[in-house]
Design a protein around this ligand. Sequence first.
Ligand code: CAO
Length: 450
Amino acid sequence: MAKQQVTVPDIGGAEGAEVIELLVAVGDEVVADQGLLVLESDKASMEIPSTVAGTVVELLVSEGQQLAEGAPVAVIETADGGADATGQPGGDPAVAADEEEAPPPTRGVAPEIADTEAAAGTGDAPAATGAAATPPHPGEARAAPARLEAASGGGAYAGPAVRKLAREFGVPLQQVSGSGPRGRVLKEDLQQYVKQALSGGTGSGAGIPAIPEIDFSRFGEVEVTQRSKLDKLTAANMQRSWLNVPHVTQFDEADITELEAFRQGLKGEAGQRGTRLTPLPFILKACAVALREQPKFASSLAANGEQLVYKRYTHIGMAVDTPAGLMVPVIRDVDRKSVWELAAEVLALADKARERKLTPAEMQGGCFTVSSLGTIGGNGFTPIVNPPEVGILGVSRAATRPVWDGQGFVPRTLLPLALSYDHRVINGGDGGRFLTRLVALLGDIRRLVM
Ligand code: CAO
C-alpha cells in the first residue's frame, strides 16, 4: 500500500481555473487515467485524471475552488506501490498521454489527450508533452489534463472517449444535446443521437440535434394517444419543408371594403345558386392573375438546383382544416374559372376533405397554395411553403378599422395577408411585387377581369 498525491498538471497557462465538477468521491476506486475533476478556465474545460489506479482516500479540493498548476487535488492509495497512467509501475505519463487507446471511460469521459487535440483541431489545447516534461515529485503524480471543450468557442462539452466515438460515427458533437452535468455530452447521448438518426425519428438525419425524449409522467399525470396517419404525414411534410426551404414571409393588408360590399350584395344570388360566396374565391382569382403575371411563383426548383420548372397551368391548393387533420385539395385551372365556379368548387372540395373523400389526384398538381384562417381568427401567421411549390399565401381575419384618408379617419375593411416563399427561387423584390399586386387586385376587383 502506498499513497500518491495527484496534482494539477501544466494546464496550458490557464491561471486560476475553477473546479466545476468533482467526478469522484472519497472511497471510490479509480483506474489510471480516470477523471477526478473538471477544471474550467476562460479558455477551456479540462478533466484532471488520476495517474494511478487505487482508492481515493482524500479529496483536497471542492467545487468552485480556483486551482493552478501544482495544486494538490487528491490522494490515491495504491495496492502495488503505484501503477502510473501507463499501467506500468514507474512508467512515463507522457506515453499514456500520447497513446490512442485509453482505459474504459467512466461517466462518459476518459482522459485521452491525443484524441482530444485531434478533435478540437485548435492546437491550443493544454500540452500533454508539457505535463510529461515535468517529472512528478516523488509520491506525487501529475496527470495530463484532457481538454473537454473550448469554453468560449461554443464547442461541444464532452470527454475524449465520447469525442473519439463521435469521430468514428462521423457525428458532429456540437449537434448532440448533452444530458450530463453542465450539458456535457455523454456516451448515452451519442447513442441516442445515432439511434434517432438511423430511425428517421425526431432528428432529421441531417445532423440536426434531436429533441431529447422526456418522461413527462415525472411531472404529473399524462395520457398518450396514437397520432393519425394524416397527422404524421403532415408532420413529415412540414419538417421536410422547414429543413429544406429557406423561408421568407412578407406581410401586407388588402383593403377589401369594396370587395366586401360587392360580396354582401351577391349573397342572395349565391343562395339561389345553391352556394356560398366567401372572400376565398376572390382571393384565389387574384392569386391566379398574379401568378400569370409572375410565373416564378408557380414554378418549382429542379432537384439538381440547376433549372426552374415553369408550369403553363394554374392549379392552386387550398388548405382545409378537418377533424382528421390538415388536407390540401387542389383547384384546377383557377385562371379559367369564374368566381361562381370557384365558390362552388371551394365548397365541394372542403366538404370532400372533411368527409375524407378526396382522391389522391385531387390533392396533387398544385402550383401555389392558399391557407385561409380567416374564419378562425388571428391577424397574421407565417405559413410554411408546400414543396415542390415555392409560394404560399396565408390569409387572416379581415377587420374594419379606422384608416386615415388624408383628411380624416374612415372605416375600411382590411384583410391581413402573409406571403411565404422559397428564398432559393424568389427574391425579396419579387415577393414584394407579388404581394403588392395581390393587394391592388383585392383592393379593386375590377382589375381581376382586365
Ligand atoms: N376574414 C373575415 N371573414 C372571413 C374570412 C376572412 N379572411 N374568410 C372567411 N370569412 C367568413 C366567410 O365570409 C363566412 O362568413 P359569411 O358566411 O358571413 O360570409 C365565414 O367566415 C365562414 O367561411 P368558411 O370557412 O365557411 O369558408 P371559406 O371559404 O372562408 O374557407 C376553408 C373555406 C376550407 C378554407 C376553411 O373552412 C378552412 O378550412 N380554413 C382552414 C385552413 C387551415 O387550416 N389553414 C392552416 C394550414 S397550416 O396549418
